[in-house]
Design a protein around this ligand. Structure first.
Ligand code: MRU
Length: 362
């Protein structure tokens, strides 16, 4: 997508071959682009959320492996890099998917060939992500079109967290249908959940919507139910960090509450799902998906920019307040209207998912 008319991806390699990222900790206040040049730098960037969003975490891990192969392509280095990068964040399955892709490609090769092969595959993984999300956009557009035709007017879409182009390599998952709808001339309006505690909606999705001229309102996380109850939301589209083989959807904390509100109010609840985000090894998302617990400091403090333009943290609770900070939750499949994948839209259940991806299970 574009920033001030210039095309960007969230991760790319420059003319010298160095990997560059947008350091998302500083958006929307500052656009900082930083190089990542060692395995340790990639691990920090993923763990501390310089890059975030399930598909982008996967792409960054693939690049982390490729960069490490240029330093040391031994078997020991390959195994250790898989481990080090895999430990950075526990919930988004794209991380394991991308590392497994790299490991299965590299393991049979002699070390002398690994660096070049790893770089090629990292580039491919990024390009594949872009194409997957483009197709999700086309498939989601068909749903938005139907709603627009039925209503004969504006389509109001609620989204949670940032499942935008910043969370992927390009296009985004949940935002891709929105960008496609805008390009198709459909009148779309987006309700952007702020997404406490880290405010990915307020900081990143609102920034994306602004830059791409999408009509939107930022809303507090608690407003969605009220808006749905009053007929102000036509559909919900969210992303996912891991979707199980039976269609349970793990996504940013608060997604489940939105799904409950949508169900209670008859609002369709769609999940934009790239196939690398499916974990075919797990069925029951509530019982089986590890949920990242982050520091309570993210709950007791918020980041913002003061009147002098300085970006920093502000404490919002009494000194020493204990806080819990589960970063994701699981929406059971029965609350999901449909999964918008790169191959088409399917129901969130074992049979429909197996029929959509017969080649990918197991
Ligand atoms: O903690 P984050 O910011 O990495 O969480 C991101 C999300 O929960 C997104 O909704 C999800 O990764 C889908 S991104 C296309």
């Amino acid at each position: 997508m574009k920033i001030d008319g210039k095309p960007y991806r969230s991760i790319w390699h420059d003319a010298a071959g160095t990997v560059q990222i947008i350091d998302q900790r500083w958006l929307p206040h500052e656009l900082r682009i930083v190089p990542l040049q060692s395995r340790a730098e990639f691990a920090v960037a993923i763990r501390d959320m310089w890059v975030r969003g399930a598909p982008l975490i996967g792409a960054a891990a693939a690049w982390g492996m490729a960069v490490q192969m240029e330093h040391d392509a031994s078997d020991a280095s390959l195994a250790e890099t898989w481990q080090v990068l895999h430990e950075t964040r526990p919930t988004a399955i794209n991380l394991r998917w991308a590392l497994n892709e790299m490991r299965s490609l590299l393991t049979p090769l002699p070390p002398s060939q690994r660096a070049a092969a790893a770089r090629r595959r990292a580039i491919e993984i990024c390009d594949e992500d872009v194409e997957i999300n483009r197709r999700i956009g086309e498939n989601g557009l068909a749903i938005i079109r139907q709603i627009a035709a039925r209503k004969n007017g504006r389509v109001n879409i609620l989204t949670h967290c940032n499942a935008g182009w910043l969370a992927t390599v390009d296009w985004g998952t949940a935002t891709s249908p929105i960008y496609h709808a805008l390009a198709a001339g459909i009148d779309v309006h987006v309700f952007v959940d702020e997404t406490r505690p880290r405010n990915q909606g307020a900081q990143l999705t609102a920034w994306e919507m602004n830059h791409h001229g999408v009509s939107h309102d930022l809303i507090v996380d608690n407003a969605g139910g009220h808006l749905m109850q009053h007929g102000e939301v036509d559909m919900v589209i969210v992303g996912t960090d891991r979707t199980t083989s039976q269609g349970d959807v793990c996504n940013k904390i608060g997604t489940y509450l939105k799904a409950l509100a949508a169900h209670a109010n008859g609002v369709p609840f769609y999940v934009a799902l790239p196939s690398p985000t499916i974990d075919w090894t797990v069925k029951d998302g509530v019982k089986e998906i590890p949920i990242e617990e982050r520091t309570g400091a993210e709950v007791t403090h918020v980041q913002g920019r003061d009147a002098q333009g300085k970006v920093g943290l502000v404490q919002i609770s009494p000194d020493g307040t204990p806080a819990r900070n589960p970063a994701f939750d699981v929406t059971p499949a029965h609350l999901v209207t449909g999964l918008i994948t790169e191959r088409g839209v399917c129901s969130a259940n074992t049979t429909a998912m197996a029929a959509m991806f017969p080649d990918l299970q197991g």
